[in-house]
Design a binder for this molecule. Structure first.
Ligand code: GLC
Length: 549
C-alpha cells in the first residue's frame, strides 16, 4: 500500500498539477505553415511527414506546442484556408494516418499540437457548396451559405457594397450573367457559411469532436471575428473597408452572436480530458472587444495583433503592453505576444531589414519572451529570416495578387520554405535532388540555415534556444509574475518580473548607459558592464538576474 502524502507533498502536487493543467497560460507555441516547413516526399511542398521528421528540432528548440496551419483536403485557392473536407487530409500533405502519428509522436516528446479550424467559409468545392449550387434559390442547401438575389433590373448588381478582404466585391454571381449572388469575404473560392443555420453549427461541433478524439490539444480559430453578419446586409457606404479592419466596427465582423458559438465550443473542449484550448484569430477594434472572446466560458487565447503591428519603439511598445495587460485583466486571460505569421511581412523586414532589422528582431525576441503570458513564434523567426521581397511575378500564388489586379503582391514573401542545411536551394527542405520548392528560396539563405546556425553561439537560433531554456528555468517568467516597469531613459524599456529578473531593451539607434541590474544572463547584441553601469548597444535587449536584497 502506498504511504499517504504529507500535507506539504500534496500541496506541491496540487501546484504542479495546476500548472500542467493551465499549460496554455504561458506556452510558447510554434507556428508551422505546412507548405513551407519541411517536405517529406520530395515534391517541393511541405507535408505532415516533413513535420514528423522535424519534431526533434522543435523539441530541442524548447517550444511547448505547435500550431499547424490547415492540412485538410483543399483545392488550395488560399493555401488550404479553403477547406473541401474538414475530416480529410489533402493528399499533397499526407494521410489521416500521418496526422495521427504526428500527434502521438509530438506528445511523446512533450509537445502539444493545435490545429487550425476554418469556420467562416468553406471551399467552393465543399460538398455543401456544390449541393447549394445545384439546388433552387430558397432551398435548405442554399441556406447553409449566404445566397441573395442581386440588385438592378435583372439582378446584375451585387446585393450590397461589401468588399472582399482580398480586394474587389465580396459577392460573386453563381453564373456570370444569371442567378443569385453568394457572399465571400475572402476569395470567390471561399463562400461564407450562414452561421444562423443550425446545421452549420452542429456540423462544426462534430468536426471539432472528430479532431479532439484524434487527440489534438486545441484549435486556432481562423477569422474568429467572422461567421455572423448583420442580417440587414446594409451598405457600408464607402470603399476601402478592409483598411478599417481591426479599428472600426464593420457589419460583417465581431458580432455579438459569435460568442454563443464559442460558449458551445468551450463546453465541448472542457468535456475532453487534458486542457484543450481555443485560440482566436480575431481582428477587432479594441482590447475590450478582444477580451470578450476570452471570457471564462469562451476561448482561451487570442493573437495580439496590436502588439504585432507596433513599431519597434519604446513608447509604442510600452503602450501596447499596458493596454494588453489591462484589457485582459477583467477576464483573467493570459496575454499572447506575436511578431510574425503567415499573413504579414516578416518582422526582420518590417523593422527595417538588413543588419538593423535583424538586431531589432533579436531584441524583440528577448522582449517578447520576457513578457507575462504566452508567445507565438512563426517558423523561421528563430533563424532571423527576412521577407523575400523579390519573388518573380510568375511564381506568386497568394490570391491577393490576382484579386488586386496585380497591385498587391500578397503574402508569399513570408511563406518561402525553411532552409534546413546545405549550400544551395532547396537547403534540405526536401531530400537532395527533390523537385523545385513551391516558392523559390534565395541563394543568400545559405548562411541562415539551421545547420549553419546550430553550432554558432552568436546565431539567432542559439539566442532563441537559450532564451527558451531560460524562460523555462526562471521562476519569474512565463505567466508566474506580473510586470513592473522601472525607470528608463528615452528610447528604452526596462521592467522587472518577480524579484530576481530584469529585462532592458534599447530601441534607440545609440548606445545607452543603464544601471547594472545584476548578472547578464542573455543579450541579443553587444553589452558591456562598465563602472557599475550596463552599456547597451543600439537595438539590443538584455536579461539580467537580480541578486536578492
Ligand atoms: C486567416 C488566415 C489567412 C487566410 C484567411 C482566410 O486570416 O490566417 O491566411 O487567408 O484567414 O481564411
Amino acid at each position: 500500500m502506498e504511504a499517504p502524502l504529507t500535507l506539504r507533498q500534496s500541496r506541491h502536487l496540487e501546484a504542479a498539477e495546476r500548472t500542467a493543467d493551465r499549460w496554455w497560460r504561458d506556452a510558447v507555441i510554434y507556428q508551422v505553415y505546412v507548405r513551407s516547413f519541411a517536405d517529406g516526399n520530395g515534391d517541393g511542398v511541405g507535408d505532415l511527414l516533413g513535420i514528423r521528421t522535424r519534431l526533434p528540432y522543435l523539441h530541442s528548440l524548447g517550444v511547448d506546442a505547435l500550431w499547424i496551419t490547415p492540412f485538410y483536403e483543399s483545392p488550395m485557392a488560399d493555401g488550404g484556408y479553403d477547406v473541401a473536407d474538414y475530416r480529410a487530409v489533402d493528399p499533397s500533405f499526407g494521410t489521416l494516418g500521418d496526422i495521427d502519428a504526428l500527434v502521438r509522436e509530438a506528445h511523446a516528446l512533450g509537445l502539444r499540437v493545435i490545429v487550425d479550424i476554418v469556420p467562416n467559409h468553406t471551399s467552393d468545392r465543399h460538398a455543401w457548396f456544390r449541393e447549394a449550387l445545384a439546388a433552387e434559390p430558397g432551398s435548405a442547401a442554399r441556406d447553409r451559405y449566404m445566397f441573395r438575389p442581386g440588385r438592378g433590373t435583372d439582378g446584375e448588381l451585387p446585393p450590397n457594397d461589401w468588399e472582399s478582404v482580398f480586394g474587389g466585391a465580396a459577392w460573386t454571381r453563381e453564373r456570370p450573367d444569371s442567378g443569385e449572388w453568394y457572399l465571400h469575404l475572402f476569395a470567390p473560392e471561399q463562400p461564407d457559411l450562414n452561421w444562423h443555420n443550425a446545421e452549420v453549427r452542429a456540423e462544426f461541433l462534430d468536426i471539432l469532436t472528430f479532431w479532439l478524439r484524434l487527440g489534438v490539444d486545441g484549435f486556432r480559430v481562423d477569422v474568429a471575428h467572422g461567421m455572423f453578419k448583420d442580417p440587414a446586409l446594409a451598405d457600408i457606404g464607402r470603399s476601402g473597408q478592409i483598411a478599417l479592419l481591426g479599428s472600426e466596427a464593420l457589419p460583417y465582423f465581431d458580432r455579438d452572436e459569435v460568442h454563443e458559438v464559442y460558449r458551445e465550443w468551450r463546453a465541448l473542449l472542457d468535456s475532453f480530458d487534458g486542457d484543450r484550448i481555443g485560440v482566436a484569430e480575431a481582428w477587432v477594434p479594441s482590447a475590450e472587444r478582444l477580451a470578450r472572446y476570452l471570457r471564462g466560458d469562451e476561448l482561451h487565447q487570442a493573437f495580439n495583433f496590436h502588439y504585432l503591428s507596433a513599431d519597434f519603439e519604446a513608447g509604442a511598445l510600452r503602450e501596447v503592453v499596458d493596454a494588453t495587460v489591462a484589457g485582459l485583466a477583467p477576464v483573467d486571460a493570459p496575454a499572447t505576444w506575436v511578431l510574425s505569421n503567415h499573413d504579414v511581412t516578416r518582422h526582420v523586414t518590417r523593422y527595417g531589414g538588413g543588419a538593423l532589422g535583424l538586431a531589432r528582431a533579436r531584441a524583440a525576441a528577448l522582449l517578447m519572451l520576457a513578457l507575462p503570458g504566452s508567445a507565438y513564434i512563426y517558423q523561421g523567426d528563430e533563424l532571423g529570416l527576412p521577407e523575400v521581397t523579390d519573388l518573380p511575378d510568375e511564381v506568386l500564388q497568394d490570391p491577393q495578387w490576382e484579386r488586386s489586379g496585380h497591385t498587391e503582391r500578397g503574402r508569399d514573401g513570408c511563406r518561402v520554405p525553411i532552409p534546413w542545411g546545405g549550400q544551395e536551394p532547396p537547403f534540405g527542405f526536401g531530400a537532395p535532388g527533390s523537385s523545385d520548392t513551391w516558392l523559390p528560396m534565395p541563394a543568400s539563405w545559405r548562411d541562415l540555415t539551421v545547420e549553419a546556425q546550430a553550432g554558432d553561439p552568436d546565431s539567432t537560433l542559439s539566442l532563441y534556444r537559450r532564451a527558451l531554456r531560460l524562460r523555462r528555468e526562471l521562476a519569474a517568467l512565463g505567466d508566474r509574475t506580473t510586470l513592473r516597469w522601472l525607470d528608463a531613459p528615452e528610447g528604452c524599456l526596462v521592467f522587472a518580473r518577480g524579484t530576481g529578473f530584469v529585462c532592458a531593451v534599447n530601441t534607440s539607434d545609440a548606445a545607452v548607459r543603464l544601471p547594472a541590474y545584476g548578472d547578464v544572463l542573455l543579450a541579443s547584441g553587444p553589452v558591456d558592464v562598465e563602472d557599475g553601469a550596463l552599456v547597451l548597444a543600439a537595438a539590443t535587449a538584455v536579461w539580467c538576474s537580480v541578486p536578492h536584497p
